[in-house]
Design a protein around this ligand. Structure first.
Ligand code: DX5
Ligand code: ZN
Length: 222
């Protein structure tokens, strides 16, 4: 697969909204519906108030398809578990700036393993927190809900942070994707594109839509 640029609109359905009794089939359903990436939400019950799945499920998804795996680690010690997610077949690993770890070192390890590196920040975290790391990342994930659960309402106050991130990216001549995650549907996606984001994570609005292909196409159009 050709490497996508910040000018490409990327739709990444979140597996969290899929039917867990048939993960392989759900991944293929997303692929056939036009998904560009599969977004995998890993939650540890510490960093967020929910537990989802770990490296074994990432490996299952990797075996089901060759779709690009966008792995979002909502866990307290991403540095400790990193190698297991690399070995499971991740293509891009995103870690949170709020988690207790040496952020710069973790990002460096992800890239040294030949993967793309992402850095996430929660809605309440100011953009300043990620500024020291922008030249070490391939993707900045601006959470548009408080992470932990699918199906929450989009927080429009994050749009300003997305625009600010896009402006700094241009100023510094960097090329990281800006991804949004939480409450994304065609309407909120269009606001995020306008602010400068290009990667749309969407769980409920894709996996739970009556027609997934139509839902993905509509989010892509924005
Ligand atoms: C939120 C997760 C999201 C979630 C999005 O904690 O990081 O990826 O699955 O779900 P929707 O699209 O339903 O808001
Ligand atoms: Zn996510």
């Amino acid at each position: 697969m050709q490497k996508l640029s910040i000018h490409d609109r990327v739709i990444a359905p979140s597996l969290l909204a899929a039917d867990f009794s048939k993960i392989g089939a759900e991944v293929l359903r997303a692929v056939h519906a036009g998904a560009d990436w599969m977004h995998l939400d890993v939650m540890d019950g510490h960093f967020v108030d929910n537990i989802s799945f770990g490296p074994a499920v990432v490996e299952t998804v990797n075996k089901a398809s060759d779709i690009f795996l966008d792995v979002h680690l909502m866990i307290s010690r991403p540095d400790h578990y990193l190698q297991r997610f690399i070995d499971a077949g991740s293509d891009l690993i995103t870690v949170h700036v709020e988690a207790p770890h040496d952020v710069s070192e973790t990002l460096g390890r992800i890239r040294s393993a030949g993967l793309q590196a992402g850095l996430a920040l929660n809605p309440a975290t100011p953009l300043d927190e990620v500024l020291p790391y922008l030249d070490q990342i391939d993707l900045l994930l601006c959470m548009t809900v408080v992470p932990g659960f699918g199906g929450q309402a989009f927080m429009p106050e994050v749009l300003e942070k997305i625009s600010a991130a896009a402006a700094i990216r241009e100023e510094r001549q960097l090329s990281f994707h800006i991804e949004v995650d939480g409450g994304i549907d065609a309407i909120t996606a269009s606001r995020c594109y306008a602010a400068g984001a290009n990667v749309m994570v969407a769980g409920s609005s894709t996996f739970r839509a009556p027609d997934m292909a139509e839902a993905i196409a509509t989010i892509r159009r924005g």
